[in-house]
Design a protein around this ligand. Sequence first.
Ligand code: DGL
Length: 266
Amino acid sequence: MENPIGIFDSGIGGLTVAKAISEALPHENFIYFGDTAHLPYGDKSKESIRLYSKRISDFLVGKNCKAIVIACNTASAHAYDILKKRHPQIPLINVIDPTVEYCSKKYMNQSVGVIATKGTIQSRIYPRKIKKANNTLSITQTATPLLAPMIEEGYFNNNISQTIINSYLSAKQLKSISALILACTHYPLIKPEVENFFKKKVEVIDSASVVAEYTKTLLTKKKLLNNNKTEGHKSFFISDYTKSFEATSRLFFGEKIKLEEERIWD
Ligand code: DGL
């Protein structure tokens, strides 16, 4: 129960998920791995994402993680099934299923939009899974590839970012939706700007908080929660260290953290 939760992403964007998990489960230890050597995943092939995800999950299992959270939509879309087979002994959580479950229970006969990287959109994983869970819903989606690099540069919450966001959200696919899924690790940071565009008439679903609640429920059910009452220990690894990643990590985690380099590829 005291073993850490492993969390991984293509880079530091998944720190939004790590942050939500640390707030929902403050006593848990966790190990975060960001694959900055291969960032971005959003436009890589399925084969590459699978290879990277296998290596990272092996690294986390080698660190005795009691559960693994794939905190990246693109890796969840392409690699969840193969990781499930590779590590059948530990709970594996992706960022898609909890969000699909949330939407399919809450909405009926309505339209739900999805914005994400090209990889996630082209996989059609959200329409397929949501339709399977609730076929009264109609799903529309659009790729928003400029948003992740823009956010990563700290470029949001200003007039120009709002204009880019507005231009993507004006897509005809997103007319008359009741909810919009922010299906990318970076997007919780622009949630207020997205809400602004829809004038609060559309529920903007930030998968980080949905996944954190799901992780809590699952670990409780499996009796894997850490009973210690002290604050959990957190370690952060990235596969290619630069000072700029360390500086940017603050945007995503909300506080200063120390990133360590772990070149699991050598
Ligand atoms: N982490 C990726 C995702 O959630 C976004 C960044 C990338 O393309 O690597 O899809």
